[in-house]
Design a binder for this molecule. Structure first.
Ligand SMILES: *[C@@H]1O[C@H](CO)[C@@H](O)[C@H](O)[C@H]1NC(C)=O
Ligand SMILES: *[C@@H]1O[C@H](CO)[C@@H](O)[C@H](O)[C@H]1NC(C)=O
Ligand SMILES: *[C@@H]1O[C@H](CO)[C@@H](O)[C@H](O)[C@H]1NC(C)=O
Ligand SMILES: *[C@@H]1O[C@H](CO)[C@@H](O)[C@H](O)[C@H]1NC(C)=O
Ligand SMILES: *[C@@H]1O[C@H](CO)[C@@H](O)[C@H](O)[C@H]1NC(C)=O
Length: 376
């Protein structure tokens, strides 16, 4: 039990390191304004200790015993450059394809939410695998090629060592940082699963059409409460949403021949004009909805709280998003985050750490894939 007892001290050291790391991080990404810089780091949480890795770990009701086998800097001897390689690859690809940021966050979410962070979402269909990629909620999932590109670099640097599951959580973290969100420390040592769970993905990923109780049930069964659900959905402040996911709200909501009454009228017209063609063709992409009608000073790149402001104004794009205003607790947190971006960033960092450790596979379970789309 000695390791457990020294954990608090170790994690303090780790936290200091992470703090330094995150400063470093921010120097690289040319933030010229003080505000963004401060908001990017959950500084406050460092001083009161709430973002300590050990606190989260020890008081983590959902986490399986396996996740305590994750380690900070697991690859320090076997592949010390892993985090640097992930970071540099994403930064390089991001220059030509900024949309990879929301794509990777979404991919991470789809993986960890379904049977834990085991890279199951990356597997292709074959004779034995009914791939999650082929389940209906997968539609428009992207970023597989990015993960594969990172994987092949890592296979060159340290063959057969780094799991796709670790790559995915690290890639999501880099994406959050690139989007102007908070840096958060991550354990590594996840191993890859050899199954994909298309059926579970079909029924258990939160649906854009779900009401509050359905979405909440989905999060609660994974150990996330109302607040954490509101926090994680805040990732919807970046990215694109295809019309097909909300066109049901625009004309004939639930067979009423009327639009969804919870939609702001002006916003309804904006959405209708963006999605005129209801056949779901690619031209009906709605770009960065959450920004419509929002304070234009709040730039896209800052991982801000426009999502929550939108909900307060009846401008949630997905039905499931707007539903957050229907519950007392969820509405309270929407209001809190809308008025306090720093609080949002702190809580978002912690929630991402928690989701990253959700039901992971560690030695002797799982495997290290050679290519992320195929079991080894
Ligand atoms: C920069 O941050 C410091 C410390 O929080 C604050 O006192 C100062 O007013 C900020 N400057 C600007 C321009 O925001
Ligand atoms: C663990 O978390 C619960 C609810 O989040 C809290 O009430 C409890 O005090 C925490 N326990 C410890 C030891 O921090
Ligand atoms: C998502 O699933 C559908 C079937 O529901 C499939 O046709 C499509 O190719 C899948 N998309 C990806 C990116 O795998
Ligand atoms: C609206 O939806 C209902 C139920 O699905 C359907 O019966 C009705 O024909 C629809 N109205 C129009 C104008 O499409
Ligand atoms: C789509 O646009 C056309 C012309 O731009 C307009 O006449 C029509 O009413 C629109 N359809 C819907 C469903 O809004």
């Amino acid at each position: 039990m000695a390791p457990l007892m020294i954990l608090p001290k170790t994690s303090l050291v780790i936290l200091v390191l992470c703090l330094l790391l995150s400063f470093d991080q921010n120097k690289q990404t040319k933030y010229n304004n003080n505000d963004t810089f401060i908001n990017t780091i959950p500084l406050h949480s460092f001083s009161n200790g709430h973002v300590s890795l050990s606190v989260i770990k020890n008081n983590n009701t959902f986490s399986s015993s396996q996740s305590s086998l994750l380690e900070y800097d697991f690859y320090r001897n076997s592949c010390p450059r892993v985090e640097r390689i992930v970071r540099s690859t994403i930064h390089r690809l991001h220059r030509n394809a900024p949309s990879l940021v929301p794509a990777l966050i979404r991919l991470f979410f789809h993986d960890c939410f379904i049977q834990g962070c085991d890279a199951s979402v990356l597997l292709d269909d074959d004779d034995y695998i009914n791939s999650e990629k082929d389940s209906p909620p997968n539609e428009s999932l992207k970023g597989f090629d990015v993960i594969e590109a990172i994987k092949s670099q890592l296979e060159e640097a340290c063959p057969g060592v780094v799991s796709c599951a670790d790559i995915l959580v690290l890639a999501a973290r880099e994406s959050v940082v690139l989007a102007g969100g908070p840096f958060y420390p991550l354990y590594t040592g996840r191993r890859d699963g050899s199954n994909s769970f298309a059926d579970i993905a079909t029924y258990e990923l939160p649906s854009p059409y779900a009401d509050l109780s359905q979405t909440l049930a989905s999060f609660k069964s994974r150990g996330f409460d109302e607040r954490e659900m509101v926090t994680l959905l805040g990732a919807h402040n970046i990215g694109v949403i295809h019309c097909e996911f909300f066109v049901n709200r625009l004309y004939n909501f639930s067979g009423t021949n009327e639009p969804d009454p919870s939609l702001d009228t002006e916003f309804l017209n904006v959405l209708r004009s963006r999605c005129n063609n209801t056949d779901g063709s690619p031209s009906s992409l709605v770009e960065v909805q959450q920004e419509i009608g929002m304070d234009s000073k709040q730039s896209l790149s800052k991982f801000g709280t426009s999502y929550y402001h939108g909900l307060l104004q009846g401008k949630g794009i997905l039905y499931a998003d707007q539903q957050l205003m229907e519950g007392e607790k969820t509405k309270y947190w929407v209001q809190q985050y809308a008025s306090n971006p720093t609080l949002f960033h702190q809580h978002f960092a912690i929630a991402m750490m928690k989701l990253s450790d959700h039901r992971v596979l560690t030695m002797p379970m799982g495997q290290i894939r050679r290519s992320c789309s195929k079991v080894a």
